[in-house]
Design a protein around this ligand. Structure first.
Ligand SMILES: Cc1cc2nc3c(=O)[nH]c(=O)nc-3n(C[C@H](O)[C@H](O)[C@H](O)COP(=O)(O)O)c2cc1C
Length: 386
């Protein structure tokens, strides 16, 4: 008799043949793994993802948007896959801007165990690293069902001691919405980020999220240029400060403005009442040739002061990168592509293993820079040549 594990809900199934469906969470056979092949490490998860994402993403150890990577190969008129838009300059700038930040290595003083715990929108988290809002994994080689993708991200983040955001894309409709279905399956423990659809559609989605019990809601304002949404009958729009204010007032939950890259627009969103500014260029997928997020983050923090919550994402691959973003002004840091690969590779377990690994390297980075807790992760731990 063989033993199988559902990689979404961890149910153990005994059967000679691979079961076609998990009787507990209804996950299909793509999510069922022989227990002897369950991954133990991030590398094993990456190997599993590489097989499933053949031709789309080679799950390289170093994901930087460089033109030698398969995601960036010129493909005129083809879908963007996991790459960056255009020549991938914004994607690369995210990685490069982080690489240019250096730590002051600190080795003297009392021995300590770094405390990574933090509070995010009133929630106590074990560490300030969240699964970013992403969508569309189902379209990559049909490797995973979209709702199970979302569910495994939300569950994996929760099991790691943090929380997941979920995205929105052209095949999500208000009535058939993988993100909201997954939120329901996870009793609302997650944060949906909707595309900047019409105000009425957004209000109906926000209402649904509230009914499910989600912890916050948001809009990726940088999704306004998505032509694929319009092509499939879901037009997206630029939002004015009045539009944002209207959504903030409508939502009974904290509101996240995602995709902000300039201080002036961050200020406008704060004045419109948002709870969180998510500094992001969408992983370099919406406009080529922006500065990296790590470049803009300190400028936005300077503009807003300390009273507003700021998240940052883009090119964050390790706990060292997380610590850099925190020191540059972020309260929490989001992972995009790495979490997609972890979920496609090994579902909930993959996401959990990945996030736990990030926490481990974050702890190491904190220890070696003398940051005893997250509050101490400020600009003083960064090397400044001036
Ligand atoms: C395949 C893919 C799909 C994405 N879908 C969404 C989405 O639906 N909503 C959203 O707010 N951001 C989306 N993003 C952007 C991520 O939330 C995040 O900003 C970005 O991936 C961070 O950069 P990183 O991938 O280098 O970590 C997507 C990114 C990728 C790579």
């Amino acid at each position: 008799m063989n033993q199988w594990s559902c990689s979404v809900c961890h149910e153990i199934l005994n059967d000679e043949e691979k079961p076609g469906i998990c009787p507990v969470c209804n996950a299909d056979d793509r999510m069922i793994i022989n227990t002897k092949q369950l991954p133990q490490t991030v590398e094993q998860v990456r190997d599993m993802a590489r097989k499933k994402l053949k031709g789309i993403c080679a799950a390289y150890p170093f994901c930087d948007g460089n033109s030698d990577k398969i995601c960036q190969r010129e493909a005129y008129g083809k879908p963007i896959g996991l790459g960056g838009v255009g020549q991938g300059r914004s994607f690369k700038a995210n990685v490069q801007s982080l690489a240019e930040v250096e730590f002051n290595m600190s080795v003297l003083g009392e021995h300590f165990e770094p405390d990574t715990s933090c509070s995010f929108l009133g929630m106590d988290l074990d560490f300030p690293v969240l699964a970013s809002s992403t969508a569309g994994a189902q379209k990559y080689n049909d490797a995973i069902d979209e709702t199970l993708f979302c569910t495994s991200v939300l569950r994996g983040a929760k099991e790691a001691g943090t929380i997941g955001l979920r995205g929105d894309t052209w095949f999500y409709t208000p009535d058939d919405n993988p993100c909201l279905k997954a939120m329901e399956a996870c009793n609302g423990y997650g944060i949906p980020i909707f595309k900047p659809r019409s105000q009425d559609v957004l209000k109906s989605l926000i209402e649904k999220a509230q009914t499910i019990g989600c912890k916050a809601v948001g809009v990726d304002l940088d999704g306004c240029g998505s032509t694929i949404m319009a092509k499939h009958g879901h037009p997206v729009f630029k939002k004015s400060s009045k539009d944002i204010e209207e959504l903030v007032k409508f939502a009974e939950l904290p509101f996240i403005a995602k995709g902000i890259m300039i201080p002036r627009e961050a200020r406008i969103c704060v004045d419109a009442g948002v709870a969180v500014i998510a500094v992001s260029n969408h992983g370099g997928r919406v406009l080529d040739s922006t500065p990296g997020v790590a470049t803009m983050l300190p400028l936005i923090r300077k503009e807003l002061g300390d009273s507003i919550t700021i998240t940052a994402d883009g090119g964050v691959r390790t706990g060292y990168d997380v610590l850099k973003m925190l020191a540059l002004g972020a309260d929490a840091v989001l992972l995009g592509r790495d979490i997609i690969r972890a979920s496609v590779g090994a579902g909930t377990l993959g996401v959990k293993l990945h996030l736990e690994h990030i926490r481990k390297t974050l702890k190491k980075a904190m220890f070696m820079t003398g940051a005893k807790n997250i509050k101490m992760a400020d600009s003083s731990i960064l090397f400044n040549n001036n």
